[in-house]
Write a protein of this length. Structure first.
Length: 638
């Protein structure tokens, strides 16, 4: 066998046995570049011929000319660009055998290298070869889980890294390639050997790379406590960090901390990453988004939502995924920090009702809760309106009207939140179930709201339109509002106050109940909720059959006066009053209620299907309502 005095024994022996086994080792030993005749030239020889620099092609007919003693007569001049490109092609197609045969031959003779710019490289080991070999070693390491192979690779990589460091120091004009050193570190870390890592760090002279190595090692070995400590003590306070180096690694740490339910640690890392302009890939963003939803880690997604680069619709906070341990006040603070605009943005917040108190607290208890949870004076108007609406929605859902009017008065009069209340209809979500509409829900369930309901209705019907300016939204009664007002009269032995609201409903909305089928045939019928009130609450429970006759008269008028070109014709109020006849009720007050009771009461009807009506409690509710409405009037006039 011909001796090759310039071959690199570690690469030839160790690497060949590790990557290609004994067969490749023998093949390398038997491969000589001393005779490149047409009959003996291999594929790699032909590649090397193509790499011979063209200025020497006329005088160079072989790669080397060796004497019997193994010493060369002259050097071969090769194009570094061609060699690197050939090695890259072999690496991309995973042809390891040819890759290392070619690399071995390159090291078997003295070579003068020509750079990409056409100048000679004074050193016999171009750093570009180190960079390319680093990629190949990393590719091999990523394709094996055998510990013996990984240890051999790590040992060889450690030698390669040391050799590279010496070359860089010798050629002072060269800046160390961080990506290459990172690749070497990654290969060494795959072994999980702290000894190899410490040896590698003795060669590395870069604080950021040292930090990367330690974080990557602790992450690889699953040492969570050491990882957290090192991040806090070194990385998250460092000002010397390469974003392109740390970004993927820190994202992996974030994913690990999410899995360990350590959201605060994950938040600190993500905040650090965003502050240092580390780019997060779309794949990592999608995974982070999914994990946060799955784990309910809203704070992480909040950080993304607040960042200009990632605060688009795809990564906004899904507020349903709040952490279980957060209380209502925490949510309000987070909304304020994130500057959520509830006027313009649609958010499903029904789940927050579960974070509000469910026990039967008295007024003082609710006052304390409100003082603790209310937004700051500097909070956005939309948040203050959202808070007030959420609170009133919750209270009216299960508490009696007396407490509702007490708290409403406390919020608007004592805490001066009139503007916030008037702004609640501007909320993007469920505007028809905000502000005054919420009060009607409570009125409809109360046995002490006949006078209170009428007072609120009269204010909104008669006073509010004249007081309202462009600063506040208008108010339109809904079918649900009318149903609640009608039901507020179904307490005690007489229900005829309901006809006041029925008249108002038919006058305002009766024309909206007509529909036309495919044959242009009109039909007029009550909505399901109102039909139930007529059939069950009035006709069945109170024995009032006159209501059915009245509804039929109104229905017939709309059908008789239907005009296919003008379907929005309202029934004239004078005519509607005639149809109501003695059932027409002009207003509701104490005198009216007494008069209706005398007019329609009889021994056979002296019962209360739904329970007794409480006039005293209604009067108290009425006084609190009037006080609050007066504050609203003053605010709207300013």
């Amino acid at each position: 066998m011909i001796k090759r005095g310039y071959a690199s024994q570690p690469l030839q022996a160790l690497l060949a046995k590790t990557l290609g086994g004994n067969v490749l080792a023998r093949q390398l030993d038997q491969t000589s570049v001393s005779s490149l005749t047409k009959n003996t030239a291999t594929l790699t020889d032909l590649w090397l011929r193509d790499a011979i620099y063209h200025k020497t092609r006329n005088t160079s007919t072989s790669l080397s000319s060796e004497t019997e003693s193994g010493k060369e007569n002259h050097s071969v001049v090769l194009s570094l660009k061609v060699i690197i490109r050939t090695l890259q092609k072999l690496r991309f197609v995973a042809d390891d055998n040819l890759y290392f045969i070619l690399l071995n031959k390159i090291q078997s003779v003295p070579i003068k290298w020509v750079s990409r710019t056409g100048t000679f490289i004074t050193d016999d080991k171009p750093v570009e070869l180190y960079h390319e070999l680093g990629h190949m070693l990393n590719s091999k390491a990523s394709r094996t889980e055998d510990r013996a192979d990984l240890l051999c690779l790590a040992k060889f990589t450690l030698g390669l890294l040391t050799d590279y460091s010496n070359v860089v120091k010798k050629r002072q004009k060269i800046i160390p390639n961080i990506e290459f050193m990172k690749t070497c570190i990654d290969i060494i870390i795959r072994t999980g050997s702290v000894t190899y890592l410490q040896e590698a760090l003795q060669v590395v002279d870069d604080d950021a790379l040292i930090h990367y190595s330690m974080v990557s090692f602790y992450h690889k070995t699953g040492e969570s406590l050491q990882l957290r400590a090192y991040l806090d003590e070194h990385v998250l306070i460092s000002k010397c960090i390469y974003p392109e180096l740390f970004s993927p690694l820190l994202m992996r740490c974030i994913f690990d901390f999410i899995a360990l339910d350590l959201e605060e640690e994950a938040c600190r890392i993500l905040k650090f990453s965003l502050h240092n302009n580390m780019r997060i890939s779309s794949g990592d963003l999608s995974r982070l988004n999914c994990l946060c939803q799955k784990s309910g880690m809203m704070k992480l997604r909040l950080l993304l939502a607040r960042d200009k680069k990632y605060g688009d619709a795809d990564y906004r906070v899904s507020w349903k995924t709040f952490q279980k341990e957060l209380c209502f006040s925490d949510y309000i603070k987070l909304f304020e920090e994130s500057n959520v605009n509830f006027f313009d943005e649609l958010h499903d917040m029904d789940f927050l009702q579960n974070k509000l108190p469910t026990e039967h607290m008295n007024l003082d208890g609710w006052r304390s809760f409100i003082e603790f949870t209310k937004p700051t004076p500097q909070a956005p108007d939309s948040l203050r309106a959202f808070y007030l609406n959420m609170l009133l929605t919750h209270i009216t859902s299960f508490r009696y009207l007396g407490l509702v009017t007490l708290l409403w008065k406390y919020l608007l009069v004592d805490l001066q939140m009139v503007s916030d209340f008037l702004n609640t209809p501007r909320l993007k979500e469920k505007s028809n179930n905000a502000g005054f509409h919420i009060l009607f829900n409570s009125i409809g369930k109360s046995s002490a709201a006949k006078l209170t309901g009428y007072e609120l209705f009269a204010f909104l019907k008669n006073d509010y339109p004249g007081l309202r300016s462009n600063a506040y939204p208008s108010f339109d009664f809904t079918e649900s509002d009318y149903c609640s007002l009608i039901k507020s009269t179904f307490w005690g032995s007489d229900h005829h106050a309901a006809y006041f609201y029925l008249f108002q409903y038919f006058a305002d909305m009766g024309h909206q109940l007509i529909t036309v089928d495919d044959t242009n045939t009109p039909e007029w019928k009550l909505p399901q909720k109102l039909q139930y009130i007529v059939d069950i609450e009035m006709a069945e429970k109170y024995g009032d059959q006159e209501i059915k006759g009245l509804v039929e008269l109104i229905r017939q008028w709309y059908l008789d006066n239907f005009d296919s070109h003008d379907q929005a014709t309202k029934i004239p109020e004078d005519l509607l009053r005639e149809l109501f006849g003695p059932l027409y009720v002009h207003n509701i007050n104490v005198g009216t209620l007494a008069s209706l009771d005398r007019q329609f009461s009889s021994p056979s009807k002296d019962f209360s299907p739904n329970g007794d009506y409480f006039l005293v409690a209604d009067t108290e509710n009425l006084e609190r309502l009037k006080t609050t409405l007066e504050s609203i009037k003053i605010q709207m006039l300013e």
